[in-house]
Design a protein around this ligand. Structure first.
Ligand code: A3P
Length: 292
């Protein structure tokens, strides 16, 4: 029997992780007071959320850069709709960073004041799918799939946390309603320093060359993987729960792992859907680590 509903909670056509979502926050999001200095990191799951949380924590907090404060990225840039640690959002001092997987139509209306900033990170959806497949089989609160094909069906059908990737990317069509910067995971991966500088310009944060170097250095995959403040290991293991000891939140962190998972037929099918669904979205997608 299909047990998808044990894992997902659907609200206004969008699927949340059932046991973790704070529905009172989602239902009252319209009234959530947005301040001009709020920054929202918005992503579809598995697109580089934790990476961006670390980058913004490093940009904004000196105590994060020099590790004098022991605060995890999830508390520096808490998830809005999941609010895992039940923070009182009204009491967090500026700068206040939020992370969210919400679609454009469920975020606080105050974001349309165009003063608060949104950083939307997108990733090529084949690598998203692969990352999501492994993550779902590792984390106990997500529905596992015995085959990649089964997970692909669920992903294309939107029967996963975050619903359909092809719907989430429609944030782009609504970009004029928000003060939003679109950046790709792949651009961050290929040239992290340029990506950090671009983010700093958007955030209107001027950092010295030396500080930029520190941010870049501490945001690399290798350094994040071994940094408990940033690698989510304890949160997943002790708060969320896993099905095995084998997985890692920071799994491969690369571009093009999809080539090791998709069959030729799956790839052709995916390409057809991608072309049809994104024909009005002129964002650049990078599918291969060697692509310019
Ligand atoms: P993989 O599973 O492909 O390795 P999210 O935070 O949105 O859930 O995204 C998780 C994905 O981002 C994982 O992808 C993870 O490895 C990758 N990631 C996290 N930090 C990264 C970094 N510093 N560099 C590259 N990829 C990173």
């Amino acid at each position: 029997m299909d047990n998808t509903k044990e894992y997902l909670f659907e609200f206004k056509g969008y699927n949340f992780e059932r046991s973790l979502v704070k529905m009172h926050i989602v239902r009252s999001a319209d009234d959530f007071e947005i301040r001009d200095d709020h920054v929202f990191i918005v992503t579809y799951p598995k697109s580089g959320t934790v990476w961006t949380q670390q980058i913004l924590s490093l940009i904004y907090f000196e105590g994060h850069r020099n590790r004098t404060e022991d605060i995890k990225t999830i508390d520096r840039a808490p998830f809005f709709e999941y609010n895992n640690h039940n923070l009182d959002f009204t009491k967090i001092p500026s700068p206040q960073i939020f992370s969210s997987h919400l679609p454009y139509y469920l975020v606080p209306k105050g974001l349309k004041n165009k003063k608060a900033k949104i950083l939307y990170i997108y990733r090529n959806p084949k690598d998203v799918l692969v990352s999501f497949f492994h993550f779902s089989n590792w984390v106990a609160r997500l529905k596992p799939s015995d085959t990649f094909e089964n997970f692909m069906e669920m992903f294309l059908d939107g029967q996963v946390v975050g619903s359909r990737w092809f719907d989430h990317i429609k944030w782009y069509e609504h970009r004029h309603d928000f003060n939003i910067l679109f950046m790709s995971y792949e651009d961050m991966k290929k040239d992290l320093r340029s990506a950090v500088l671009k983010i700093c310009r958007f955030l209107e944060k001027q950092l010295s060359e030396e500080v930029v170097d520190t941010v870049v250095n501490q945001a690399t995959f290798q350094n994040m993987k071994t940094n408990p403040q940033a690698n989510y290991h304890d949160i997943i293991k002790y708060e969320i729960g896993t099905r095995s000891d084998k997985g890692h939140f920071l799994r491969k962190g690369t571009i093009g792992d999809w080539k090791h998972h998709f069959t030729v037929e799956q790839n052709e099918r995916f390409d057809q859907i991608f072309q049809r669904e994104t024909k009005d979205i002129p964002l650049k997608f990078i599918w291969d680590i060697n692509e310019e």
